[in-house]
Design a protein. Sequence first.
Length: 780
Amino acid sequence: MPFYHLEVLHDKEFEELSKDLLESELNISFQNFKSGADKGIDLRYAGTEENQIIVQAKRYIRTSFSKLKSELFKEQKKMLALSPRPKRYLLTTALDLSVAQIDEVVQLMEPFIKNSQDVYARERIHSMIANNPIVEKKFYKLWLTSTNTLQEILTNGASGRSSFIEEKIIRRASLYVPTNNFDIAVSRLRQHHFLIISGEPGIGKTTIAYLLICDMLAAGHQLIYVDDQIKDAEDMLSRSPDHKQVIFFDDFLGSNLSEIMNPRNSERKIVNFIERIQASPNKYFVLTTRTTILKQAQSRYENFNRSGLADLSKYELEIKAYSKLDKAKILYNHLFHSGIAAEQYDIFLQPRNYLRIINHKNYFPRLIEFVTSAAQLQAIKASETEEFIFSCLDNPDQIWYHAFINQLDDEERFVLTTLFSLGAYKVPSQWLERAFEDRYDYEIKTNGFHLKTGAFQRSVRKLLDGFIRSEKDSETGQVTFALLNPSVGDFLINYLRDNSAEVKRILNSISYFGQLTGYFQPSPTKAIALKPEQLAEYYPKYLRRLPTLIANDGDLLNGQLKHVYVLLHYFQSHITEDNLLKIIEGLDLTYAKNVDHKELMYVLSTIYNYDEVKKYITSHWLDFFHIAVETAKDSSDLKNIVEELGYYEIDDDKWSTNDDFRTTLRSSVNHLYSTDDIDFSGVDDGTYNYEGYYYSDYQGRVMAAIEDKVVADYDDFLIDCNLYQFSTEFYEYADIDTQSLFNNYMENRETHDEYDPGDRINAMPGQGNEDDAIRQLFER
């Protein structure tokens, strides 16, 4: 028998569940009663007379049996006072009661509870749900967190990301409010095989995506989680059409506008991968992004805009799509499961307050999560709670500022700003701790701070779930940290733009190059601008940090090249050509496995303004451009390399006649080229026979058509690389298995998508009058 996590239901949902289960079992209809003035009645059945059967639903998840007994003692007195007295009393509870405890309940409620069959404890409720698929389907949160479903989710998500762990699934399910948003998202994903969920910050994009992924994992799909690079998903995607997989890429265009300027993945790679998924049975792709960032990408990226993919299967989450009752349920869910103090809880339940919140112009799910968070409210006095709530709603841009300034101590702020400077996403715990220790050491030596034992661990514990989140890779055990959500990053960007003193303290104590090159830029951009006078003051301090930066990089050549990149990007007016030439001459180019391709190309494209340095690179072009080719990620990188060779006056005749370079280039082309993105639909006329020569003829025709498609696609790839003149030669060395492509094509023809979530029934459907439904929800 499956185990159901009844704790994901709030008290009103548990009452509704009790009503549905008892009506099904007893084949009668119960009346609901408003909370507060119920005289001890949650549900009532009136047959030939009033109060024939009375039901009380006691959710009581983390309550002792003694508390239940105390409540039942009061209930018994209420039953005695009713007129007419009930003939029968039924109790439902989420507590797991023993036989002896059930017998004690029967004695306490004598004569109203007739026997033990009138007590419905956790185990019996589980059995009733399992035997009633209609009720299980209605209460989606219960189905999602049942042992059977959870096991499927955890099994299929194990190789992806450890955030799909039981506790977090249960937590997210607890806060989930069924709306039409989910069903619309499912429908579009099923139709197009991919879905871009867009919306303003805090609207609920990731929540819908997360539950959608859980739904698919429960249906047997394996999760592929894209942390950063599309290539990671390409490597894990199965060619078998029977292998069900779902790829999830949260904030696929970056978490803020500054990341649009330096995208993690090329537009072509994203478009090609989406098109590949569209043509693959049982493969699905879920992406999220902010609306503003999606619009920027559509205007900035020609290929992405021209593909029309963003409009084909986009689901734009808008706050106007939430009804007042939806908003009320979201607020009540967060409030009920928040664990905040009773005094503060009561403040939210006052009609003037919950109605004002629901109707507030700045209502957003993430803002509701913030104002109901125990982590935020524990620092607020009960008498100041109401002021805090509406200050946050009236000034949503200031919510993180208040918490950052008033709720965190210095060490906690050091950890948070250090995490931000490291990129704020998927930062290994050892990187964060090392960078924090360097920052802490700087503050102790420079600003008079006193060392506190265990400052890092204590600060991380305080920040978790309030400002940051952690994840543990289920395979490697690696713990990583990230900001809680992108709005924390938005706050820190704006905070640091206006706080040059804090910027100085961060930069003076950096442990990694990325802490400088991530968000801090020398020109006014969407990032944090460093003014010329700031850079002039910082330059000698940067040089003092340089040995630490190169050592922490872990790769000598990459560290040295990053240093050259920093000099050219931030400090050009402070370096001489002689110094630059000495650094370039000192590079050991024999081992270049971890070189950052973009930074190397920036160096090569900027450094030729220095004549002597340009001469040196021209005379050693093979070493530098060999590394550039080996670290290229796509066709646009190879195209840029060919163009860059021209700037160094190394023409096609020179580099194309160098056997070593040509071999490296050919290997890179054939490594980067993939047939996975080719759409083979329509290569045959749809008629074939598996018997005798008819199938043989058919196979020959289709094989030839597939090869023609591959050759044409390969030519297009070489055109994109600006290397079309080598197409025939390079193709001869390409490892392309036409037979496997044919076999995959045949399998895909005969395989149909299996994902069918079916229709869902929303638990606690809205009553006829929305205002009455909201009032009843918040009544106690």
